[in-house]
Design a protein around this ligand. Structure first.
Ligand SMILES: Cc1ncc(COP(=O)(O)O)c(C=O)c1O
Length: 413
């Protein structure tokens, strides 16, 4: 008899302090959505708010809504709300652009604080955009800056006196492994480097305390655990102590000290607003604010506890029901080292994921062979773990991956 039978899992769902949040999301009936770490689900309140922004604020208010509907202050207002999730102070987080663009801004700002040093250091296997952005900055610098990626275990030893910026993702996008932010930051500072953290798979999923960790810069996505919608604007954190000296290279007019003074010369805004660049995308910002507001109503400790429990459950159920099918766990089993998704490698990973989608279980696939299952405590139930694992088992028993339709990979996996 399994430790995790349906009755036990249903009892866990009844006792779940976050259970009521599920109803706040619009989820297709019968679907088990294990991809909220890639694109979060739609909060019901977002529909009405976006409609109101379009029909009232835009349709009726037109340009007066920049002030009347407080559009102009949205990057800072939503940034302050996200700051609470990151362990940052009001005025240390701004919402703008994409994570990729914010990486550019944060890395170049950190470089401007370490002019005598030349290396941007990261780890191989980091999320590609992080590596690509640092490579692009190095190429543009015409020899002043070098981008270097070393393997995960060698990062801390590579912190020599030429390293200006260490760029790491706190929760790894593929494995879900968590880096110790306070310890890594301490080691980097000891070596005289600054750190840029990518929190895309952390914010809204695990408790964060950027200021406790003495963090320098951080960036992250709005469309994952923050449930801000496809292509939602991203956020950027700059510790207050760095703001006056950190010079924005993307010196757009919205980051100017007085945008509507229309001066010819660039003067950076005093505070976090200097990391704005162009006009904020208000429709995306409106949806993001709804997701962030909803998250703020939940207790982050309860989110973390449930996320870990769902992860343990998923792994136990995989051991029990799919043990003989060739899956290899690539996420850490240990709670303290695991974020909010669980990944398995399998040689037929791509086909298995496509077959699973046809059975109403959505996760995603990351090259070359990794199946990712995102665990979002606000809208997943304990019984979903059992149903998902039984669907994986059914795909394996029927060789569901063995379908000519999966021979060519889709543009999005
Ligand atoms: C760790 C990490 N960084 C960055 C990104 C993407 O950034 P952008 O919003 O610029 O596409 C992702 C997307 O999945 C990610 O997982």
């Amino acid at each position: 008899m399994s430790q995790w039978d349906r009755a036990t899992l249903e009892a866990l769902d009844r006792a779940d302090p976050l259970a009521a949040f599920r109803d706040q999301f619009q989820l297709p009936a019968g679907l088990i959505y294990l991809d909220g770490n890639s694109l979060g689900a739609l909060p019901r309140r977002t529909l009405a708010r976006v409609e109101e922004t379009v029909t009232q604020a835009w349709g009726e208010g037109l340009i007066t809504s920049w002030l009347g509907a407080e559009w102009i202050t949205a990057p800072r207002r939503v940034g302050d709300k996200i700051a609470r999730l990151l362990g940052a102070e009001p005025g240390e987080v701004i919402v703008a652009d994409s994570t990729s663009v914010n990486l550019f801004k944060a890395i170049t700002a950190a470089l401007s604080l370490r002019p005598e040093r030349s290396v941007i250091l990261s780890e191989t296997g980091n999320f590609p955009t992080d590596l690509y952005m640092m490579q692009g900055i190095a190429a543009f610098s015409a020899g002043r800056v070098r981008a270097e990626a070393v393997c995960e275990d060698a990062v801390l030893d590579r912190l020599r006196d030429d390293v200006a910026v260490l760029l790491l993702t706190q929760v790894h996008y593929k494995t879900g492994a968590v880096r110790d932010m306070a310890e890594v930051t301490r080691r980097a500072h000891q070596a005289g480097a600054l750190v840029v953290w990518d929190l895309s798979h952390s914010a809204g999923a695990i408790p964060l305390d950027l200021n406790e960790a003495d963090a320098d810069f951080a960036v992250g996505c709005g469309y994952k655990f923050l449930n801000g919608g496809p292509g939602a604007p991203a956020y950027l954190f700059a510790a207050r102590r760095h703001q006056a000296q950190a010079m924005p290279v993307l010196s757009g007019w919205m980051g100017h000290a007085a945008p509507f003074a229309f001066e010819d010369g660039y003067r950076a805004a005093e505070g976090i607003e200097r990391f704005l660049c162009g006009t904020p995308p208000i429709l995306g910002m409106t949806a993001l604010e709804c997701g962030v507001d909803l998250l703020a109503e939940a207790d982050m400790a309860a989110i973390r506890a449930k996320s870990l429990q769902l992860g343990r459950l998923f792994m136990d159920l995989m051991d029990e029901h799919c043990g003989g099918f060739g899956f290899r766990l690539v996420s850490p089993r240990e709670d303290a080292r695991r974020g909010s998704h669980v990944s398995y490698a399998h040689p037929q990973g791509y086909g298995i994921m496509q077959a699973l989608k046809e059975r109403g279980v959505i996760g995603d696939f990351r090259d070359p062979d990794v199946l990712r299952f995102g665990l979002t405590p606000l809208y997943l139930r304990h019984v979903d773990m059992l149903d998902a694992v039984m669907a994986i088992r059914a795909v394996c028993e029927t060789r569901g991956w063995d379908d000519p339709r999966w021979a060519v990979r889709a543009a999005v996996t």
